[in-house]
Design a protein around this ligand. Structure first.
Ligand code: GTP
Length: 596
């Protein structure tokens, strides 16, 4: 295909501003999907995968569109929507020349609108601003067109107005893509270079890798090489999705498509890597390759210890399709055998846990999530800690924690509440801008640990749903952090250890000892519950002893009732864990670890 007739673009938007709906409508308007086959969110993988039993999700779809008698090939590249997956968003953007910046005409610009716009600008993309949902009675196109125009420059009149729902304005948008976005450029005679922007595992075909060719050409049956690992594979199939996968005779400059090599593990075909030709390799890879870095760690344990092998196999399988997932085995005195798993964020954790439970029929306990700390000991040794129970016991010189820079957008009446929230989370303000009369952008640098768990929910409630948040990693910083241990009868319970800021250690100790006092049944003897920093006790509770035994109320007479009670007690014991001499029901652990 001649690069002059190719346009590569993506749609970027804040969540719920209608990206999927618009994408569906474009497929329909270009005739790629017939109206009668159209189902909502055609591009959404999971749904269809279940329905047909195969993966046909196209991370990129090729659509024909005619302008002035010339037939163009439009490649629409999908980008993941959530902040956890920013790295993948930026890889998808790097595969395009242009982006449609989609904004809900009833909502206006929000935090991910900005974050995605900045990513697009970093990638030098041409931007087409578009207001969506203009069919809504609450739409305020004039107001938000002005807001958009002042953000990216240009005339409010040039902001397109569309409705993904009714189809209004969609054809004009397709025309504009052809007219306003640049055609891809590249050297057809140079050694092949193609960037991987997505890689998915398909049970039947192995890993399907989505690429954008920058230079040269890739052909079926030739050997290709992954430039980061130097691993080489035979190209079994190469093609484009329109939207069903259609094999082709090769992909040239500017083209977007998929390739299949028979590898079984997405880590062999990593997002951001460059594919070249083994026989005539490129000298330099394309810019921008970096491993996705896990930010949040949690211990995953099977409720039933016998399920450990099932969990191990399940994690191995999930990893085939998720290059960002990392894990290693760990044991906990309280929870038995399990894994410490690293995630991109809390959403990634939740999705992974849900998939493990649903697809592999597992019941899991996940320990309270934490970030990764860097601990420097006085003898200069540096330890990276992803599990609080592995916090070094030696003399500590300093502890560093990961930081983020966060952007919050909200109506200006909430500025006070937002600043208060950020301050209480140890944030330092980086700046504030008015995007319009009544909407502000507030920037803070905050510890990741303070933002990654419940921050967004609190922000939402403090701004009555209007606040939006985006953040990205921003180095590390020394902080006054301590490890709080929880002890039952003097015995440390590893699953409840936490690393917190010194100012918050006391609150954690009081909360956790109180919770456990409620949850652990009374024993034959008094059980002290303590929270400690090192050898210093910061909070304590105690569970009083019981004296009566279960048989007391049976008057010694009723044998069958006695037996029943003993049976019951035995049942109960099975699900008890011994911590020292204290019996703790499994449920107590789960309840204590569940955050509310
Ligand atoms: P994903 O992040 O990919 O899921 O897409 P999205 O969140 O950007 O938006 P999605 O297409 O799922 O749309 C979000 C909601 O807005 C859905 O309830 C849609 O039905 C609705 N919606 C999308 N486009 C329009 C539109 O043009 N008009 C109206 N009235 N509603 C729309």
């Amino acid at each position: 295909t001649d690069p002059a007739i190719i346009r590569n673009f993506c749609i970027i938007a804040h969540i719920d501003h209608g990206k999927s709906t618009l994408a569906d409508r474009m497929l329909q308007s270009t005739g790629v999907v017939q109206a009668r086959d159209m189902k909502a969110q055609y591009l959404d993988r999971m749904d269809i995968e279940r329905e047909r039993g195969i993966t046909i999700k196209s991370q990129a779809v090729r659509m024909p569109w005619e302008v002035d008698g010339v037939s163009y090939a439009l490649n629409m590249i999908d980008t993941p929507g959530h902040v956890d997956f920013t790295y993948e968003v930026s890889r998808s953007l790097a595969a395009c020349e242009g982006a449609i910046l989609l904004v809900d005409a009833a909502q206006g610009i929000e935090a991910q609108t900005l974050a995605n716009l900045y990513l697009a600008m970093e990638n030098n993309l041409a931007i087409i601003p578009v207001l969506n949902k203009i069919d809504l009675p609450a739409a305020q196109p004039e107001k938000y067109a002005a807001e958009l125009a002042s953000l990216i420059g240009g005339d409010p009149e040039d902001v397109l107005r569309v409705s993904g729902k009714t189809g209004m304005g969609v054809e004009a948008l397709l025309d504009k893509i052809v007219r306003d976005l640049p055609a891809p450029k590249g050297d057809p005679d140079a050694p092949a270079r193609a960037m991987i922007f997505d890689s998915v595992y398909d049970t039947y075909r192995g890993v399907v890798t989505y690429v954008r060719v920058v230079d040269g050409m890739l052909h079926p049956r030739e050997r290709i090489q992954m430039m980061s690992t130097k691993a080489s594979h035979e190209l079994l199939e190469i093609g484009v999705s329109s939207p069903e996968p259609t094999p082709s005779k090769g992909l040239g400059v500017g083209e977007v498509g998929y390739l299949i090599t028979g590898v079984k593990d997405v880590r062999q075909s990593k997002v951001g890597d460059t594919v070249t030709n083994l026989a005539k390799p490129a000298a330099e890879s394309l810019p921008g390759y970096a491993d996705a870095k896990p930010m949040v760690f949690s211990g995953l344990y099977p409720l039933d210890g016998a399920d450990y092998p099932v969990l191990r196999d399940a994690l191995e399988k999930l990893m085939l399709n998720d290059a960002a997932l990392v894990y290693e085995p760990e044991t906990s005195a309280a929870l038995g055998f399990g894994f410490r798993v690293g995630f991109l964020g809390l959403l990634h954790l939740e999705i992974t846990r849900e998939r493990l439970e649903r697809e592999y029929n597992l019941d899991l306990i996940s320990t309270a999530p934490n970030v990764e700390y860097e601990v420097t000991l006085e003898d200069k040794k540096v330890v990276r800690v992803t599990n609080p129970s592995e916090y070094p016991t030696g003399k500590i010189a300093e502890v560093r924690e990961p930081m983020v820079s966060a952007t919050i957008l909200a109506p200006n009446e909430f500025v006070g509440a937002i600043m208060e929230l950020c301050q209480s989370r140890r944030g330092v303000m980086n700046g504030m801008d008015y995007l319009s009369e009544d909407r502000v952008e507030i920037r803070y640098r905050l510890p990741l640990a303070e933002i990654v768990f419940d921050f967004f929910d609190i922000l939402k409630s403090k701004t009555r749903g209007y606040g939006s948040l985006d953040w990205k990693a921003d180095g590390e910083q020394v902080a006054d952090l301590v490890k709080v241990d929880i002890m039952l009868q003097g015995e440390q319970v590893d699953a409840f250890s936490a690393i917190t800021h010194r100012d918050k250690a006391y609150a954690y100790g009081v909360m956790m000892t109180g919770k456990l006092r409620e949850l652990i049944p009374r024993q034959q003897f008094e059980v002290p519950i303590q929270a400690a920093i090192g050898s210093r006790i910061i909070a304590r509770e105690s569970i009083r002893a019981i004296r009566k035994d279960v048989l007391a109320k049976c008057y010694g007479g009723d044998i069958s009732r006695k037996r029943k009670l003993l049976e019951k007690q035995k049942e109960g014991k099975k699900r008890m864990k011994m911590v020292g001499t204290v019996e703790v029901p499994q449920e107590a652990f789960i309840a204590a670890l569940t955050t509310d």
